[in-house]
Design a binder for this molecule. Structure first.
Ligand SMILES: [Zn+2]
Length: 663
């Protein structure tokens, strides 16, 4: 694409252009404002390049050579451009650490600074399309020049490209936010509840309950026991687990501080709050908010302090005295607070494992207690950046289908295999046909930094996991250097029915944290040993999984999962018909079926239309003839009329389909 743009606009300056999912983008500075009308011309030039079938050549150069080429305008260009140095490439070069290899890629006349990899030849690109143009700052910093970001997609062939655009189109129609709203599944109330904290409405709550029921039944049958733990814990918990002070700090909500019991704490809260409010007023009055101060430049206390002092110095005497008084009060309060006990910090839990570890530690354990499988639908809170929040897919409160399995090393293979089988069982129920397990392992060179320094345990557990994956015939790929700090990790990726990929769940082996918590069991030989821990959550979180299911089913959930399972529709509102329908409704509800009735005087066509719009799974239409024959007429959402059947048979059929969780 860069070559094509340079043929049209030789002065173009390129910045960065990494590959992204299903395609690429390139940031370019250009006097001409590129619009979708230019795409045709650019694509025509690109076709010529592809036809020429240039080789992508990789070259290693010295830093001096690269600097020289950037100065002469040769980088990100077709030829040297005297007086027009490759300025962004100079900036990119400065970011490559000293000692690291510098590589070029060359195709035809075009030479670029690039780490690669690339396809072998331009001719290997079978099909491509430019999609959008947006604006972006160089290196993402608004102080830098604004560039034009041109996006495109590339595929092996035309068929693949067409399938991709069809999938994107279909995914738009199945957008979980759109369908979630149509079906009244969940609501976001950023004003009162907060961003990323979904409220589950009754219809969404019904799906959630069904998923929990499925998980609880499955786990019970597999020998799990259920526990319940609080939503918060002391700081000590996360210092011990290693999530604090650094590793997970940015993903946790800031702590709550408690100093005193009862009235003492209430007094402290009041005092702090009053002073904070006064401070806020002062800051506003003086224009001292961060956004009014140094913008993104230097956040050091010295630099900021300098600006603040200058700003205060510019105020009137009266205002200066006022702010100095607040500062004195603040200092006095801080000293006063410091004279109390050390604050006790509590954190909202971002994961359930530490709580479960404490349950393991709550009683002495022997080898007879193992494997111990502790399950909980635990609610976790993660402080995702507000810009990252996305519908149900990226949220701040997560209901996790969690469990931790504590086992002896000799039990590991069987336990781990059983977990995998559970994943497969779920995939079958939900009709997930394409799935892969990404098995992330450690890099021995990074022991003690990225990975806990237990070389023998790494090798041992990774071998165990690999064995199980191989012998179970499960579809998996191995990815080096991406394990978690505490052990090898398996990310489970699934594809929805329209072919979109989701990472649903993570399955993790942990051989380090149980030891940090001092967890032991008394083994047969009377020696205390540390158990292994398997973290697993096959259904991931309610939020993400339901988001996935909405797209997967396009909102047309199978009977067992449908928020509206059955609706009885009488033809007219004749009291005799209603009397006939009522016991049917009562019987369904007595069997926990989510059944409702529309006994209104509206025309039957209108009633059916309303039920279809609400995606009611099964409609039971009842007219005088049905009543006389002790029948109901069955209609399925999106599938139309199924004929009249004896009412007893219909009820039994519905109950059976729900019980079997039929697709
Ligand atoms: Zn866990």
């Amino acid at each position: 694409m860069a070559t094509a743009i340079l043929r049209l606009w030789p002065e173009a300056q390129f910045a960065s252009g990494p590959p992204v999912e299903n395609g690429f983008y390139y940031d370019v500075e250009l006097g001409h404002r590129i619009s979708p009308e230019d795409f045709g011309n650019i694509e025509a030039e690109m076709k010529k390049e592809i036809k020429a079938n240039h080789l992508f050549e990789r070259m290693t150069v010295t830093r001096e050579q690269a600097m020289k080429d950037a100065q002469s305008g040769r980088l990100g260009a077709l030829a040297e451009r005297p007086g027009n140095p490759s300025k962004f490439k100079l900036g990119n070069l400065a970011d490559i650490p000293e000692g690291e290899e510098i590589t070029y890629f060359r195709n035809g006349d075009f030479i670029d600074l690039c780490a690669g990899p690339h396809v072998m030849r331009t001719g290997n690109i079978g099909a491509f399309k430019l999609t959008t143009v947006a604006s972006a700052y160089y290196k993402g910093d608004e102080k830098n020049p604004q560039l034009q970001r041109i996006y495109g997609t590339a595929f092996k062939n035309k068929t693949e490209m067409e399938a991709y655009f069809k999938m994107v189109e279909e995914a738009k129609k199945r957008d979980h936010r759109k369908i979630g709203q149509e079906m009244h599944l969940f609501a976001m109330d950023t004003e009162y509840v907060g961003p990323g904290l979904p409220l589950w409405l009754p219809k969404g709550g019904a799906i959630l309950e069904e998923l929990e029921k499925l998980a609880k039944e499955t786990e019970f049958a597999a020998g799990y026991v259920r526990v319940k733990t609080p939503h918060i814990a002391k700081e000590k918990m996360y210092l011990t687990s290693g999530h604090l002070p650094v590793l997970y700090k940015d993903s946790m909500f800031p702590p709550m501080e408690l100093r005193e019991e009862g009235e003492g704490q209430a007094f402290i809260n009041e005092l702090k709050r009053a002073l904070d409010d006064a401070m806020q007023t002062a800051i506003r009055e003086l224009g001292l908010r961060t956004e009014d101060l140094v913008k993104g430049e230097d956040f050091s206390v010295e630099k900021q302090g300098e600006v603040i002092r200058t700003r205060i110095g510019q105020q009137s005497d009266e205002k200066r005295r006022w702010i100095e008084q607040i500062a004195r009060d603040k200092f006095t309060t801080d000293v006063f607070l410091a004279s109390f006990k050390e604050p006790e910090r509590y954190y909202l839990k971002a994961m359930n494992c530490p709580h479960h570890h404490r349950i393991f530690a709550a009683e002495p354990r022997s080898y007879r207690d193992l494997p111990l499988r502790l399950a909980e639908y635990g609610c976790n809170y993660r402080y995702e950046q507000s810009g990252e929040l996305f519908g149900l897919m990226r949220v701040r409160s997560l209901n996790m289908n969690d469990a931790h399995i504590y086992c002896a090393p000799e039990q590991f293979a069987e336990e781990f295999n059983a977990v995998n089988e559970m994943y497969l069982k779920y995939f079958k129920i939900f009709g997930i046909e394409k799935h892969v397990m990404r098995f992330s392992t450690h890099d021995p060179a990074k022991l003690g930094q990225k990975f806990v320094n237990e070389p023998a345990l790494w090798v041992q557990t990774e071998n165990m996991v690999r064995e199980v994956l191989k012998s179970s015939g499960i579809n998996y790929v191995e990815v080096p250097n991406e394990a978690a700090f505490y052990g090898p990790k398996i990310d489970v990726q699934v594809w929805s029915v329209i072919g979109r990929e989701f990472t649903l769940a993570t399955n993790q082996v942990d051989f380090a944290v149980p030891a940090r918590f001092g967890l032991v069991y008394r083994d047969r030989d009377n020696v205390d040993k540390t158990p292994l821990c398997i973290h697993r959550a096959p259904l991931g979180t309610h939020e993400r999984f339901i988001g996935f299911l909405i797209e997967h089913y396009a909102g047309n959930f199978p009977l067992w999962l449908a928020p509206d399972q059955v609706r009885l529709l009488t033809i007219g509102d004749d009291p005799k018909l209603i009397d006939y329908a009522r016991p049917i409704l009562a019987e369904l509800r007595a069997h926990q079926v989510r059944a409702e009735a529309d006994f209104s005087a509206d025309k039957i066509n209108g009633k059916v239309l309303r039920a279809e719009e609400a995606r009611v799974h099964t409609m039971l239409v009842i007219g005088p003839r049905d009543m006389e024959a002790s029948q109901v007429s069955v209609r399925l959402h999106g599938k139309g009329h199924q004929g009249a059947k004896a009412k007893g048979e219909v009820i039994a059929g519905l109950l059976q389909a729900i019980k079997e969780r039929r697709a």
